[in-house]
Ligand binder design. Structure first.
Ligand SMILES: [Fe+2]
Ligand SMILES: [Fe+2]
Length: 181
């Protein structure tokens, strides 16, 4: 196989393809939006006196900061020069407790689709390093994020009071966390 010299020139600067890098930079903004959304839900539950759900959503929000940091570290490592993207304001109309669980699952499904778009760009640009990195980090993480969001939506649907539901959700979330270690 002959090697295209143009590849040398672009990789002297950065080792992520232009399209893939652009989508990763945009994803920083999406992950920060997710953080702000979950902090908004935490605030809603704080004002309702459901402090275990407040804690649950603070922890979910902290995970979003981690996802953002994975991308930032990766871009720095690959020598991609960029500025932070704009983050949309959170404009949600929370009807009731249950609604936050629906909005959470929908947001995670949307996030998975965005990440699959980055995977497709990496494949298109023959950027196999980023392709594999995405699988090990954001793709695997989305499987977990969607799973717990679906699981807790089912709990939110149960015919019991929110004091019982919040207890179960926080315990189950914390137990899952320690399993991951
Ligand atoms: Fe995320
Ligand atoms: Fe997670």
């Amino acid at each position: 196989m002959s090697v295209n010299k143009k590849i040398y020139e672009s990789r002297r600067k950065q080792s992520i393809g232009d399209k893939t890098a652009k989508l990763l930079i945009e994803q920083i903004g999406h992950e920060l939006y997710n953080h702000n959304l979950y902090r908004t839900f935490a605030n809603y539950f704080a004002t309702k006196g459901l402090n275990k759900l407040e804690e649950y959503y603070i922890k979910r929000a902290n995970e979003e900061i981690d996802h953002h940091t994975w991308i930032v570290d990766r871009l720095n490592y690959a020598d991609v020069l960029y500025s932070y993207p704009a983050v949309d304001p959170v404009e949600v109309d929370i009807k009731d407790e249950y609604e936050t669980f629906v909005l959470t699952l929908d947001k995670e499904i949307e996030t998975t689709q965005l990440i699959y778009g980055i995977v497709a760009a990496a494949q298109e640009e023959n950027d196999w390093e980023t392709f594999n990195w995405l699988q090990d980090t954001l793709v695997n993480e989305q499987t977990e994020e969607e799973h717990i969001s679906r699981k807790f939506l089912k709990v939110a649907e149960q015919d019991t009071d929110w004091i019982a539901k919040e207890e179960y959700i926080l315990d189950a979330y914390n137990a899952g966390d320690s399993e991951e270690e």
